[in-house]
Design a protein around this ligand. Structure first.
Ligand SMILES: Cc1cc2nc3c(=O)[nH]c(=O)nc-3n(C[C@H](O)[C@H](O)[C@H](O)COP(=O)(O)OP(=O)(O)OC[C@H]3O[C@@H](n4cnc5c(N)ncnc54)[C@H](O)[C@@H]3O)c2cc1C
Length: 378
């Protein structure tokens, strides 16, 4: 049984923070739980921001309620950690004591021209609202970055009937999905007349205020420029502690940090595996898995799941794409069923290490089915 007097504080109220709060209660913790959170719009999921909210305000994500969790909420950014005295300081002047701490401050969108007017990003509700309003008055859109976020933003602009140019130094989704699926994605974009430009050097926003992008020395005018070029972990507020690292807060398999009784989960983390593997997995299911493990750690209990989950989903111009298994994908698939052209295919890659990646490309397949197919290989 968890120690009922243990005061657990969670910092950050997106999917990692909220999952950690829910897991604390699910594990039987009846003691005090506090949340420190910075977003003025409260707790909400981000995936709908780039898929639905840019098309229509009716697509704004619904906020999560914490009412059933008996959480003491401080709505103010954490600005400092005193790990000796076990206190988190907030912008509003609060000093919040903890016995165990879960850091879930996520990441923010990386900007290419932060000092200039007119660069759009999509990370928060406010970002999405501002971009949606701007799209209403626009007649052309340029997206820098052909990763999953850039393609979702391009898809939303395309759905609004706007001409879209997407620029990257690599083919669409190449780094995650490899050449075979990247070509399928590129074909889908071409068929919809989304202009995909392959640059030899990184594109940059041009003008101040921004009025387009410069690609390999050539200016392309666009009413709206959206940068989808990755994210920066929010850990500067931990400066002066062992946890501030530009790569993210380093965590082990228990989601423990190098500071006693401090755990971390989600996009703010940087994994350092016992096997020497390192890296970030800034995706939803991974944040959920880590948050559950971090919550168990904060209570001194065994976790109920592994600290990783390789289910990922996105949307390519209205075709839902769901993936279970290791990425990136290399070479041709081992099996294909259905039609990629019609966006109704299931593809499988059997990897040399015995694992399998299963991809539903537009095909309607439940996540449970994909997980079972992927697990069948092991
Ligand atoms: C537009 C968009 C679409 C996405 N779509 C998908 C998808 O389809 N599939 C998928 O797998 N993943 C998707 N992702 C990724 C997924 O949403 C993230 O992996 C997930 O949100 C990470 O959750 P998190 O709680 O770790 O961090 P975040 O979501 O970044 O949340 C961190 C929270 O901490 C708060 N915070 C930050 N600093 C402080 C501070 N100092 N004090 C207090 N609070 C603080 C922030 O306000 C924020 O609420 C998408 C991401 C975006 C932005």
């Amino acid at each position: 049984m968890p120690d009922g007097n243990r005061r657990v504080v969670v910092v950050g109220d997106s999917v990692a923070g909220v999952t950690a709060l829910r897991e604390l209660r699910a594990l039987g913790h009846t003691g005090p739980v506090a949340l420190i959170a910075a977003d003025p719009d409260g707790c909400y999921p981000r995936p709908p921001l780039s898929k639905k909210a840019l098309v229509d305000a009716a697509g704004d994500p619904e906020g999560w309620s914490l009412a059933d969790l008996e959480v003491d909420v401080t709505r103010s950014a954490a600005v400092g950690l005193d790990s000796e005295r076990r206190i988190v300081h907030t912008e509003g002047g609060h000093s919040v004591h903890y016995d165990a701490l879960v850091l879930a401050t996520g990441a923010r969108a990386r900007r290419l021209a932060p000092e200039r007017e007119g660069e759009f990003v999509v990370r928060t509700m406010r970002d999405a609202t501002a971009l949606r309003e701007r799209l209403s008055a626009a007649s052309s859109v340029a997206v820098i970055g052909a990763g999953f976020l850039g393609l979702e933003v391009a898809g939303a602009a395309h759905r609004r009937g706007l001409p879209v140019t997407v620029v990257d130094t690599e083919p669409p989704l190449m780094r995650m999905l490899g050449p075979f699926l990247s070509e399928a994605v590129a074909a889908r974009l071409r068929a919809a007349s989304v202009d995909v430009v392959r640059a030899t050097s990184p594109a940059v926003p041009s003008g101040d205020p921004i009025e387009g992008i410069t690609v390999d020395g050539v200016d392309i005018r666009a009413d709206v420029v959206v940068s989808c070029v990755g994210e920066v972990p929010n850990c500067e507020w931990l400066s002066g502690t062992a946890l501030a690292d530009p790569r993210g807060i380093a965590v082990d398999e228990r989601c423990a940090t190098s500071v006693p009784d401090v755990f971390a989960a989600g996009d703010v983390t940087h994994r350092r595996g016992a096997d020497g593997t390192r890296g970030r997995n800034p995706f939803w299911s991974h944040a959920v898995a880590q948050a559950k493990v971090a919550a168990a750690g904060a209570l001194g209990l065994e976790p109920r799941c592994a600290p990783h989950d390789d289910y990922f989903w996105t949307d390519i111009l209205g075709a839902p794409v769901k993936i279970v298994g290791p990425l990136p994908l290399v070479g041709e698939p081992t099996r294909i069923a259905g039609s990629l052209e019609d966006a109704s295919a299931v593809l499988e890659w059997d990897h040399e290490d015995g694992r399998r990646t299963v991809v539903a490309f537009g095909a309607k397949k439940a996540v449970g089915w994909l997980r079972r197919r992927a697990a069948d290989a092991e």
